[in-house]
Design a protein around this ligand. Sequence first.
Ligand SMILES: NC(=O)C1=CN([C@@H]2O[C@H](COP(=O)(O)OP(=O)(O)OC[C@H]3O[C@@H](n4cnc5c(N)ncnc54)[C@H](OP(=O)(O)O)[C@@H]3O)[C@@H](O)[C@H]2O)C=CC1
Ligand SMILES: Cc1cn([C@H]2C[C@H](O)[C@@H](COP(=O)(O)OP(=O)(O)O[C@H]3O[C@@H](C)C(=O)[C@@H](O)[C@H]3O)O2)c(=O)[nH]c1=O
Length: 299
Amino acid sequence: MRILVTGANGLVGSRTCHLLVEQGHEVVGLGRGERRATGSWRYVPCELTREQEVSAAFADASPEVVIHCGSMTEVDACEREPELAFAANVDATAYVARASRRAGAHLVHVSTDYVFDGEAGPYDVEALPNPRGVYSVTKHMGEQAARVLAPGCAIARTAVVYGWPPVAGRLNFGAWLLTTLEKGQPVRLFEDQFVSPSYAENVAAMVAELGVRRLGGIWHTCGAEVLSRVHFGRAFCEVFGFDVGLIVPVKLAELKLPAPRPLRSGLRVDKTRHELKARPLGLAESLTRFHADWRRTRG
Ligand SMILES: NC(=O)C1=CN([C@@H]2O[C@H](COP(=O)(O)OP(=O)(O)OC[C@H]3O[C@@H](n4cnc5c(N)ncnc54)[C@H](OP(=O)(O)O)[C@@H]3O)[C@@H](O)[C@H]2O)C=CC1
Ligand SMILES: Cc1cn([C@H]2C[C@H](O)[C@@H](COP(=O)(O)OP(=O)(O)O[C@H]3O[C@@H](C)C(=O)[C@@H](O)[C@H]3O)O2)c(=O)[nH]c1=O
């Protein structure tokens, strides 16, 4: 199949491109500016907030499937720069969705657990979002834009994605933990935020399957377990052999971060588990794979 992936320099996008190439698909990856991810897919620079550039890229690729991973993902930067966040997460999604529909391509739009307020998680796919903060609101608006402009699309929500090696740019949660703990430095982790951490390659497998099988509707494409950031950090230390005492529990509110974050935004994965071949991985298997990825890069 001819598959177009946005956000191809990013964590989920680059992993998705790799996997689709391995599966034998013809892949075009759109990214901003110069290519920063390696792999044997065709890279096309495209600023997604310019509709003409999006249209031109689609005309060139004539995709059958589109996996939209491009997004402004720094939650606090979104809070400080709402215009940029709106352009990247809402306008760009509308352009991608419109272009997908025009091309007759099936769209998979990647979204987040942060569309929920976190008062009553974990959430299933029928739960009603109630986003708080600019990142969360713009991601929710992006979901709506995709549903309206590309009917039949899939909304693939994921959460706290981590992988090794990290991509240039935003350091993912696992890579941030690893690079800090490796230096023997303590890490202050939220004891009161309960999430569904997701191994990047596993997310890629699930979103790729939604695309290739042209499945629509809402999907939770994340790790199988809901746990606190502290729990994750301690399990991480055990797998890597770091001192568990380096994990210092704190409350999310203590950090006074600019953007609000949901406290209980775990995602239920029953539908994904039953209907996709790529199953959501549990914590132990994900961390073992992350550890193996890290060892490989060390030679
Ligand atoms: N990482 C996580 O923990 C989670 C991610 N998600 C969602 O998963 C998806 C993928 O995220 P992830 O791969 O982790 O994020 P990354 O930040 O690693 O990748 C996003 C990519 O989008 C690109 N991008 C942003 N704005 C534009 C633009 N205007 N034009 C073109 N490209 C643009 C970025 O380019 P550049 O590098 O140039 O900035 C970046 O490479 C997003 O929809 C995100 O909301 C959901 C839950 C958790
Ligand atoms: C999680 C965490 C973060 N931090 C710090 C590190 C960093 O400066 C800041 C934000 O951390 P993170 O980027 O990991 O957390 P955050 O920005 O909340 O991560 C979110 O990202 C978006 C894209 C999503 O969609 C969500 O699913 C979620 O993964 O808070 C801590 O000090 N302790 C912690 O336990």
